[in-house]
Design a protein around this ligand. Sequence first.
Ligand code: COA
Length: 368
Amino acid sequence: MNEINVGLEGVLVGQTSISNVDGENGKLSYRGEDIESLISRPFLQVIWLLLFGDCPSAQQEQQLAQFLLAHRELGQDERNMLAALPMGTHPMLMLQALVPVLDLSGRADLAVPFGGDDALHGLIIAARLPTLIAAWYNRHKHRDWPIRSNSIEPQRAFLKSLHATEPTPKQVAALDCVQILQLEHSYNAGTFAGRVTLSTQAPIQSSIAASIGTLFGNLHGGADQAALEFAQSVGGPDNAARCVGDVLAAGGRIMGMGHREYRTVDPRATLLKPLARDLCEDCPDSARLLATLEAIEASCADKLAKPGKPIRANVEFYKGAVFHALGIPSDYFTAMFASARVYGYIAHALEFRPQARLIRPRAEYRAA
Ligand code: COA
């Protein structure tokens, strides 16, 4: 009998220089630089580093900022498509539906320096995702959309177009930090789905749509929404131990806990927890939600202890408290994740396309 590994756990399927997930030691770096230092760098510098492998000059950073600003707006056809979608469509399904049909013609006067069509088209999609998210949100709020912001800072522009008010510097810095932490994570399921798509010589918009579809699931990016909604359903810290016990007794999983790669704490969760504390202390509702998350985490540490592989909070767990404090509704969390992770998808397309080979594994046939 052949040994079968359905989840491909531990199977090496390639090499990458984009990021290093050191699961044994709980460390994550992009292009050799630890996330602990990357979160204090400007967002656009980190994107450039991720995509092209080196630090941008001031002129290159400005060039990237201008490119993203110039390609942010939705065209009339794109607005019509958004308006034609059923109102109940989840933001992640909206993104997956629209990414392949966005207008990818670039402004002739604003070239992307490296990476050919994959970089050009990928960055146009990346520029458009926050606008699609804000437009979808405002459509549900019955507000005129999209609300415009001329800021070249992506997070400032996004928060303004979401809430129609100017965000504070603290809010912009918090969102920058979360989005930097979500940019890239090696061969995660979504990135791998994108690689499979690229391996057939499909265009980057098909690859990004496949990645976004994969990110949506609860065992991957969708855990962010599920973790926060679980905490809301728990109601308060005093109920945490009982509710966690009920989920586990029914054979369920606690969302935002555990990770395939990390044998110790997810370093992104370590950074997100104090950020959540700092943002939530100003608002009693957010502070109570955070206290509930902390009580859930403590209860999981007690109930989920496994020899050899502790099950600890992952990136999804405290991120929701930060987003909640920023006024982002839980059903938009995973779409926000996609709007950051898209840069990782592009980086992988640039790395993989030149050496791509059709990815096509085998199954053992068994007569029914
Ligand atoms: N809650 C309860 N039990 C969990 C758990 C969780 N969050 N995560 C793992 N486990 C348990 C499993 O039930 C399994 O128990 P068993 O050996 O008794 O059957 C064991 O730990 C191993 O789980 P498995 O799914 O095989 O491990 P994995 O390393 O592939 O799991 C995840 C990784 C992410 C799929 C898993 O931890 C999970 O489902 N987490 C919740 C979803 C989530 O937060 N996803 C976002 C990841 S960034």
